[in-house]
Design a protein around this ligand. Structure first.
Ligand code: ATP
Ligand code: MG
Length: 348
């Protein structure tokens, strides 16, 4: 290796590593102009003291749904203080109490005490304050599929959307976010008040994905760290954008560890191996073998097993189920239980 290719220990290939963080909000959010417009359009009535529309943002993983919500909500906050737009991740806050605690935090600047306070009090305090201040409440329920999984979606939507019946003058709306359309799983009482406009986030094409990655590299890496043909390669090996962003980051780290000033093919391969080592293929096989040997089982029970034995996260479990379902390796059937709904998983 020529000496000039050797990176000194204190040097780095990253102009700014935070650009590759999962929660980074990109300066440029391309290919989503139509979706942003539709979201803004739904919110517009709130600026004239009207009720904003409800929306359902639907699209496969890493298609920019969460980013779009955060951008539009931030924009809204800059424009007016009449609207309180709260973004809640339902995976992290999977119950009515937890969701209302997040809303409470936005309204009062702090969460309610998490022991002893009944949900009705938390919700009551929130709505009373909003109604007094004449503020409109918009709640984004991101990854709302978790609320369908645990059977709480109907009650939570009902509580938010029916608030105007008990609290004078209050206006509320919900932006639901999920990878698939779940409206058919709602009770009739909820469906009649939650008729959202559907906003689709289609998968990025190969060219779009490459373009977005190239911009991330420009912002996060020094010039010429990644040759164009390797970017092509990374884009073509990425099953989605999130994977692609992580692959760029890991490849740059592998190059740095080798004291190289540029990413080479071997670094991409090394990063790919590290990222896919524990992944889906093996976990998918394990999941299928459990369902095949033990017969149909509830998704919650299956998840508990995989969590205990594989340390699997819920997100991985959920995505794995969706993948195996789309490959027609297993069937997922919703079933009613005394307390809410669940899904039965069976092998095909
Ligand atoms: N159009 C875009 N331009 C730039 N970056 C983007 C774009 N779309 C998505 N991203 C980036 O891709 C990553 C995933 O985006 P995001 O989290 O918004 O996807 P998502 O649709 O919410 O995915 P999931 O369904 O898995 O929650 C983030 O790092 C985000 O910054
Ligand atoms: Mg998301």
């Amino acid at each position: 290796m020529p000496p000039r290719d050797i990176l000194l220990a204190e040097e780095t290939l990253f102009r700014d590593d935070s650009i590759f963080n999962p929660d980074h909000i990109p300066d440029q959010f391309r290919f989503r102009e139509a979706q942003l417009r539709e979201m803004t359009f739904a919110l517009k009535p709130a600026l004239r003291d009207g009720r904003p529309g409800n929306a359902f943002l639907i699209g496969p993983p890493a298609t920019g749904k969460t980013t779009a919500v955060r951008l539009v909500f931030d924009e809204m906050a800059k424009e007016t203080n009449k609207v309180l737009a709260v973004h809640v991740n339902c995976h992290m806050h999977p119950s009515a109490f937890k969701i209302f605690s997040e809303i409470h935090r936005s309204v009062f600047g702090m969460a309610p005490p998490d022991t002893g306070t009944p949900l009705s009090k938390v919700a009551g305090d929130v709505f009373t304050r909003l109604s007094k201040e004449g503020k409109v409440l918009v709640v984004a329920l991101d990854d709302i599929n978790f609320l369908f999984e645990n059977g709480t979606a109907n009650d939570i939507l009902y509580m938010i959307l029916r608030a105007h019946e008990s609290y004078k003058g209050i206006l509320t709306s919900v932006f639901a976010v999920a990878t698939e359309e779940l409206l058919h799983e709602l009770d009739e009482r909820v469906r009649s008040i939650f008729s959202p406009v559907r906003i689709d986030f289609p998968e990025y094409s190969g060219r779009e994905l490459r373009d977005i990655l190239a911009r991330r590299c420009e912002a996060g890496l020094y010039p010429d760290v990644i040759p164009g043909e390797l970017l092509d390669r990374i884009a073509s090996r990425s099953r989605d954008l999130r994977f692609g962003i992580e692959l760029v980051k890991q490849s740059a780290m592998a190059a740095e560890a080798d004291a190289c000033r540029r990413i080479e093919e071997q670094h991409v391969e090394k990063a790919l191996r590290a990222m896919t080592r524990h992944e889906d293929v093996d976990s998918g096989k394990i999941l299928l073998s459990i369902v095949r040997s033990q017969g149909p089982m509830e998704s919650g029970k299956l998840y508990e097993l995989l969590k205990r034995e594989q340390g699997m996260s819920y997100t991985t479990f959920y995505r794995l189920l969706q993948r195996l379902k789309s490959e027609k390796a297993l069937a997922i059937k919703p079933v009613e239980k005394t307390r809410g709904k669940t899904s039965m998983i069976s092998a095909k």
